[in-house]
Design a protein. Structure first.
Length: 418
């Protein structure tokens, strides 16, 4: 097959970037006057995320150091549902993949799947938190604030979600997702988070906003009573800065890699315009993408391909890397069997792209609208087919970094690294 020629673009996003991360955290935590609120020697459980967050090890270490300066004894714990194949060691390894080690952080990492019930919501949904966290004097969640992959609300994916699904571990996450199918995402997550805030001793929260290039743009540090309202403001800023595809009509979207470190569904559903959760979420109106090809899994996802079912075509390489147990546990916990379906698997990238093109209809080669990206978190540079050239000339936010060239494949039929 003769593929259309491609153009490599740089997208020019607004890029506020926080340069002195440690200084920002130090200043904002000091403003909370923790020494006036805590006793020396009290313990604090620092809740850590499973996502690939920029500078996350620096953010966690800076927070830990500030808590030590306040006289507290911090320890870290994974605030994750079924990630890491739903094992204590697997979840600790997720943190290590992001550079969070006991030696470098200077504090213990306590990982377990045990939970304790601390109450229930007004809908009689039981509320659980990590056993180690429940035994600490305080809890401090640290998470990125961004759009959720499956719903729209003033609070979506951030500290409130971590207080609910993260602190609830696999048992809590499974129950909450079942409740979500009845009551919806916002009601369940907020009611659980509010129960945690009212019952567990949340000291403060650290919320992270990233810019369109995946860099740290802003860090908010807030007392427990301000978490919900402050998160709303940070989410609005995160949405304003979020990266998107350069065009909304796409025949074939090629995604080089997917994984849990990129998004809970492997790739950001808001970027690709597909959610595939028919019992709880409507599909986005835009972008309109006919076919999605995913070529590989990230190393950090440890074989968890949750969300692979959203794609139309994958490669044999991707399928061979899937940890079916991790995928099964994640899909069952999230009540999302659709996301664990394995799409048609082709022998290599070339075949996958060829079949995708053949399945979009009778479109002339010069009119094929193809976009290739590394992953949905890295959209600063993308490749587009020549069919977009007229639209490209009208845009001052797009810069050509490599002019017309063939879609290249190596001798094995795979795309070179993006």
């Amino acid at each position: 097959m003769d593929f259309p020629k491609m153009i490599r673009l740089k997208q020019n996003f607004e890029v506020p970037t926080l340069e002195d991360i440690s200084g920002e955290i130090n200043t904002k935590i000091k403003n909370l006057d923790l020494k006036e609120k805590v006793k020396a020697g009290e313990t604090v459980a620092v809740a850590c995320s499973s996502r690939g967050i920029a500078n996350y090890n620096t953010i966690v270490k800076s927070t830990v150091d500030c808590l030590k300066d306040a006289g507290l004894q911090p320890f870290l714990f994974p605030a994750m549902g079924s990630h890491g194949a739903s094992t204590a060691e697997g979840q600790k390894k997720v943190l290590e993949n992001y550079g969070i080690f006991e030696e470098s952080m200077g504090v213990p990492i306590r990982s377990c799947l045990d939970v304790v019930q601390i109450g229930e919501t007004e809908d009689a949904v039981p509320v659980y938190i990590d056993k180690f966290a429940s035994e600490a004097d305080y809890i401090v969640p640290i998470n990125r604030i961004k759009s959720h992959t499956e719903f729209e609300h003033p609070t979506e994916s951030g500290l409130t979600k971590m207080l609910a699904i993260g602190l609830g571990k696999q048992k809590g996450a499974a129950i909450y997702h079942q409740a979500i199918m009845v009551y919806g995402y916002p009601r369940v997550i907020l009611s659980v988070a509010r129960q945690v805030l009212g019952t567990a001793n949340i000291l403060c929260g650290v919320g992270i906003v990233e810019n369109g290039y995946g860099q740290t743009a802003q860090i908010g540090v807030m007392g427990s009573g301000d978490i919900e309202e402050t998160e709303k403001k940070l989410l609005a800023e995160a949405k304003r800065l979020a990266a998107r595809l350069p065009f909304e009509e796409v025949d074939v979207l090629i995604i080089d890699e997917m994984g849990k470190d990129i998004s809970g569904t492997g790739f950001d559903t808001k970027v690709v315009g597909r959610i595939l959760m028919p019992l709880v979420s409507a599909e986005p109106e835009k972008p309109q993408i006919k076919r999605i090809v995913v070529c590989d899994l990230t190393r950090q996802t440890e074989g968890n391909a949750d969300g692979v079912g959203i794609a139309d075509f994958v490669t044999r390489c991707l399928v061979d890397k899937i940890d079916m147990q991790a995928l099964k546990i994640n899909a069952i916990t999230g009540a999302e069997p659709e996301h664990a379906r394995i799409p048609m698997a082709l022998d290599n990238d070339r075949q996958a792209v060829e079949v995708a093109i053949q399945s979009v209809g009778m479109v002339a080669r010069e009119n094929l609208k193809i976009i290739r990206i590394k992953n949905t978190m890295r959209l600063a540079e993308v490749e587009i087919s020549l069919a977009y050239k007229n639209e490209l000339l009208k845009r001052d936010d797009l810069e050509i970094v490599r002019d017309e060239h063939l879609l290249e494949f190596d001798p094995d039929g795979n795309l070179p690294p993006f």
